[in-house]
Write a protein that binds this ligand. Structure first.
Ligand code: FMN
Length: 428
């Protein structure tokens, strides 16, 4: 057995000596419920919406190292949005309001390029994560993503290069998948722990798995191993968590993963970080999301895609109304085409709601898994009833749907979800 290998049983309770000093994290990786990195779906309006509804931290979508290197950084003087613009489109956009909670995810198979990418955006983000889990060929064929799982030397050299090159206040983390074999997974984790990472996210599926049930129970042993060897490193569970309340079930199964990360459920409803997620997203979330997206200059095609993913229980109106609204949105060619649907708007007020929710957190509020007290079953949280305009309770033709949205949907405000109420812990 290799001197680094770890047997799942009978392991010494010896702490590994890190090859690189660990940074003092400026980000709190413990007791967090986190928005996962999601290409397309994790764009700026979704991250801001998730933060507004209580996400503790937000990951950027994976951005391949080379893609950011030749961008130009522009700041919108009206909105403050920072855009890293490529030749035809923004490669990455952010706003200073999300910076304290924003982790930038790098796709890389090259330590030098990874460091250059990190240095390009470091003034606008708080931490860096290396994607070691993407199984898609566009990532793996270049040796990135899940290909790094079977090339631990390269994986660890990228993490070490980032750790050594970046100031200590920028934590570096890795997001991996399970390997088919548990001992090999522990060996890999053991090596990653030596690179100076502040946290490790484990997507509890193997590279070959797609939508199958996540193997959350396998994380228990990994959590125990990290606790024994490098207790200062946080373990973040990812896979099949539905909501902030469901994160307690996940933590129980893993015997105490420090935090939980949510992807698909947040793609459907970015308010799932709230103890009372929005229902009736057609009236409560979609109009304000579109206004916000327009205000922050999000590309219409991306906004349209994100909205098409939103869904929630709609106790007050049926599938027909929902479908018709989505059809209207999907036929729109630009934000301007929606003036009739969501009213005369520019999104400034919606952005102000986001800002005030996030600023309130900074002043003393944040959602953590400590805030919640739920039973052991996997029951999605009880939907909070939202007032639904009478007009939306009946099936609508596209024409009268359009007319009704002027008075009902246009006034849809995504503001009733209570702001979480616990202090943000800024240091471990
Ligand atoms: C639309 C979409 C895009 C994703 N993009 C990324 C990505 O950029 N980087 C990454 O590490 N994982 C990405 N993932 C994987 C998720 O972060 C997460 O690991 C996976 O969906 C499992 O979490 P879940 O069970 O909560 O969905 C993506 C997933 C989805 C659904």
């Amino acid at each position: 057995m290799d001197r680094r290998s770890v047997s799942p049983s009978d392991r010494p309770a010896k702490r590994l000596k890190p090859e690189t000093d660990i940074a003092v994290p400026t980000i709190q990786y413990r007791n967090a419920v986190i928005l996962a990195p999601m290409v397309r779906s994790g764009s700026l309006p979704t991250r801001l919406t998730a933060l507004k509804h209580g996400a503790s931290l937000v990951w950027s979508p994976e951005i391949v190292d080379k893609a950011i290197l030749h961008t130009e950084r522009n700041v919108d003087s009206k909105t403050g949005v920072v855009s890293y613009d490529g030749k035809t489109k923004a490669v990455f956009s952010t706003h200073p309001i999300e910076k304290p909670y924003l982790i930038y995810q790098i796709g890389s198979a090259d330590p030098t390029l990874a460091v250059q990418a990190a240095k390009t955006v470091m003034q606008d983000v708080s931490a860096f994560d290396l994607n070691c889990g993407c199984p898609k060929p566009f990532s793996t064929h270049a040796g990135m993503g899940a290909a790094l799982l079977t090339n631990p030397d390269l994986l660890c050299s990228i993490l070490k290069a980032l750790r050594e090159a970046l100031p200590p206040e920028y934590p570096v983390t890795a997001k991996i998948r399970l390997l088919p074999d548990q001992t090999e997974t522990l060996n890999l984790v053991s090596r990653i722990l030596e690179t100076g990472v502040s946290a490790i996210t484990v997507h509890c599926r193997t590279r070959a798995m797609r939508r199958e049930k996540a193997l959350i129970e396998r994380l228990k042993e990994i959590v125990e191993f990290v606790e024994r060897t490098r207790p200062e490193v946080a373990v973040i569970e990812n896979g099949d968590c539905l909501s902030v309340e469901d994160s307690l079930r996940v933590k129980r199964i893993t015997a105490g993963a420090h935090s939980v990360m949510i992807a698909t459920a947040a793609e459907s409803n970015p308010s799932c970080f709230s103890k009372t997620p929005l229902v009736d997203v057609e009236t409560t979330l979609i109009p304000s999301y579109i206004r916000l997206a327009r205000y922050v200059g999000n590309a219409w095609a991306n906004t349209k895609f994100c909205v098409s993913q939103f869904q929630s229980p709609s106790p007050s109106h049926g599938k027909v109304g929902r479908k018709q609204l989505k059809a209207l949105i999907s036929s729109a060619k630009s934000y301007d085409d929606l003036t009739e649907v969501v009213g005369d708007w520019n999104g400034e007020e919606d952005f102000a709601h986001v800002t005030s929710a996030i600023e309130t957190r900074t002043a003393g509020d944040s959602q953590t898994t400590d805030d919640i007290d739920v039973g052991p079953t996997r029951t999605p949280p009880e939907p909070r009833p939202n007032p639904v305009p009478e007009a939306l309770k009946t099936p609508l033709s596209p024409v009268n749907m359009k007319l009704l949205t002027l008075s009902s949907i246009a006034s849809g405000r995504d503001s009733a979800t209570p702001t979480p109420s616990r202090p943000v812990k800024l240091a471990a």
